[in-house]
Design a protein around this ligand. Structure first.
Ligand SMILES: *Cc1c(COP(=O)(O)O)cnc(C)c1O
Length: 493
């Protein structure tokens, strides 16, 4: 209720006319407002009364009693705050409050891990959970979650087994390495490998490779935490083999090479090939380790994508240890994979840190399901969502656009201008940052709404649709969309 309406309704005209000065009018008005506020507060129904309402019967069947009470309290508290802040249109009717409680329960009761539509054009979006699992991998997860499995049990001997064995055979076949082990993520893999082979010693790294990956993974920090003393060599743009050779001494424990994932040094540059480091390391009896980051298992350039280093090639080049992620180009679950020489992997497995960093059975199940696809599937590109998205043909995206466009136009209304345009998608997760994947996008413009305003409209939909803002337009990249209907926002909440 507006102040004026309140005054008119509650203060007799004669009283106001009788008040000589402004201050007096004001004080009469103020006390009238206070009276109205407390009257409104008094009419709020009690929790007990609300809980007896038939409108909450279905809610009380779905949710614990205490959970419904919590919701009712929250809604009442919110309504009280609104009344006290003098909001004009506060409904205190019981039915309105009950409806708000049901809405509150619905909103707070759902999973905080929301499903979203990824129309950002970033295929491996770290903030959206990176790779989507293949169906075969999901089936393995469900099986491992719902039935006892031989996680650490050797059926042949009837005794304790090793959980790495679930994926070791496949990893060796796919990478050509002598041995393999798995931890929780690649950051853990780097930490554990360095700590296992070079704790208390020096690790030599080129200055051009002292990188930071998003989310505070910095090579110098990880080395320090692993107990390895960083020995930087070369310069930011150029490092030569003799820089490494000159730095090697009695305390050297590892020559570390890091794939600069999310950035590139261009121009007058020079780095040392892994092969040359391997020769140097062998001569000086120092192990060579490479943090490969994305770690492709197959050569993506065969499918028209830019070339990324393939794990098997780095193993063949002689790296003693190679570490990489499970949920980047590999397209599996979050995991850190370490492959390499038997003696070093054996040391890693004996490290007490391994126990702290090991993956759970669900991760191993998903990884096993994914790796077996690489080895066995006659149509890997179709089976693995990550590869399917990365290699998606333009014609397929255009066909999707043709289906989605009329649906979107009907939903948004004639004021919105929709076109299908070229766009630049990204692999994401630090892979090939400077190489765009040519993509197609539905571009949405509006004569008076900004790109940001349109973006918001899609982001608050249910499920949220996430795209990209480009100037005054909003883009829905079609690379990761498989059903046209996914792009049409449902009612927001
Ligand atoms: C991504 C990346 C990491 C971190 O891997 P996570 O699996 O995210 O822990 C480490 N090193 C490099 C070179 C990377 O690209």
């Amino acid at each position: 209720m507006s102040l004026l309406a309140l005054v008119k309704a509650t203060i007799p005209l004669s009283q106001l006319q009788g008040a000589r000065c402004y201050a007096k009018v004001l004080s009469i008005m103020k006390s009238a407002v206070n009276d109205a506020t407390s009257a409104q507060l008094r009419t709020l129904p009690s929790i007990e009364k609300l809980l007896k309402s038939t409108m909450l019967v279905p809610a009380l069947q779905c949710y614990r009693h205490a959970y419904v009470v919590e919701s009712a309290r929250a809604v009442l508290a919110e309504t009280r705050r609104e009344i006290l802040s003098g909001s004009e249109t506060i409904a205190v009717e019981e039915e309105v409050i009950l409806r708000r409680i049901v809405g509150h329960l619905h909103k707070t009761g759902r999973s905080p891990l929301r499903s979203v539509i990824n129309a950002t054009g970033t295929v491996l979006h770290t903030n959206l959970g990176r790779a989507l699992l293949a169906k075969a991998a999901v089936d393995e997860v469900v099986r491992a979650a719902t039935s006892p499995v031989t996680l650490e049990y050797a059926l042949d001997e009837g005794g304790r087994g090793d959980r790495d064995q679930i994926v070791e055979d496949d990893l060796l076949a796919l990478t050509g390495a002598e041995a393999a082990t798995v931890v929780n993520n690649n950051a853990a893999a780097v930490l554990l490998a360095l700590n296992s082979i070079a704790e208390g010693k020096e690790g030599i790294v080129s200055r051009g490779e002292l990188i930071e990956i998003g989310g505070s993974f910095r090579i110098p920090d990880v080395m320090r935490k692993s107990g390895v003393v960083l020995r930087e060599v070369g310069t930011t743009n150029r490092t030569h083999l003799h820089d490494y050779a000159d730095a090697i001494n009695l305390h050297t424990g590892v020559l570390l090479k890091v794939h600069p994932s999310n950035y590139r040094i261009v121009g007058f540059t020079s780095g040392v090939a892994l092969e040359d480091l391997v020769t140097l390391g062998a001569a000086q009896q120092v192990p060579v380790m490479e943090d490969l980051g994305a770690g492709a298992l197959i050569d993506l350039s065969e499918y028209g994508l830019p070339k990324e280093p393939v794990v098997a090639e780095r193993v063949a080049a002689g790296a003693d240890l190679v570490t990489f992620s499970g949920d980047k180009l590999l397209g599996g679950p979050q995991a850190g994979i370490i492959v390499g020489r038997k003696e070093w992997i054996a040391r890693i497995k004996k490290n007490p840190l391994k126990r702290a960093l090991r993956p759970d059975k669900l991760t191993l199940a998903a990884l096993s399901g994914t790796l077996r696809l690489y080895r066995q599937s006659p149509h890997l590109l179709a089976d693995l969502p990550t590869l399917r998205w990365l290699t998606r043909p333009r014609a397929e995206m255009d066909a999707m656009a043709a289906l989605a466009l009329p649906l979107l136009q009907a939903h948004l209304g004639a004021e919105f201008l929709l076109t299908v345009e070229d766009a630049a998608a990204q692999i994401g997760s630090g892979a090939l940052p400077e190489e765009d994947l040519p993509s197609r996008a539905i571009v949405i413009r509006h004569p008076s709404l900004s790109g940001g305003a349109i973006e918001r409209q899609f982001r608050v939909a249910n499920p949220p649709i996430l795209g990209r803002i480009r100037g005054d337009a909003f883009l829905l990249d079609l690379r990761g969309i498989f059903v046209a209907e996914d792009l049409v926002p449902n009612a927001s909440e």
